[in-house]
Write a new protein. Sequence first.
Length: 205
Amino acid sequence: MARVSQEHLDARRRQILDGAARLFARNGFHATSMQDVLKEVDLSAGAVYRYFSGKDELIAAIVREVLGEVRAAFEDVTRQSPPPPPDVLVGEVLSRVLGIWESLNVDAEPVLPRLIMQVWAETVRNEELAAVLAEGYEAVGQGWVRVVEAYQEAGMMRSDIPAEHAARTMVAAVQGFIAQQALFGPAPVEVLQDGLRGLMSMPDA
């Protein structure tokens, strides 16, 4: 029997993840069955279950992939010392994150914002998924704290504000913008960047 190449295995796994992402973004996790996934990707049960044991494993794989891309984007942007200003940094990270599955659309809109909203909702009831998300958030959150500390050391940001608080607020700005994309439709990243610049320009009270 001929050995299947790693390239073929990777492409098949990508096919399954992309199809599942489209379905989850369109219909939600609970309304999507593994039979729906099989039909969407046009593969047999054996072919799909070779890669994923079920829907929960598919969801976790998608979450890990997104979190991995967030971490990689963040590390790339923050290699400068000091890091670029918050509006530039947030814009670059968000642009790369929104570029994940950029070619996948549901109702003419990108799948990722909808998918992320589904993940956030699912973590309320799914402890395993919540643990995956918490682990990824902790790693990314620590990176944001280091960025804020670098800003403070360079005199770019007030040092009397706890770095954890500023970091959490920057993460919240990104999360909120993604939620707006899912709820109200796509908007360019420049909107968030302009908003951050406006807030950063306010004089101290």
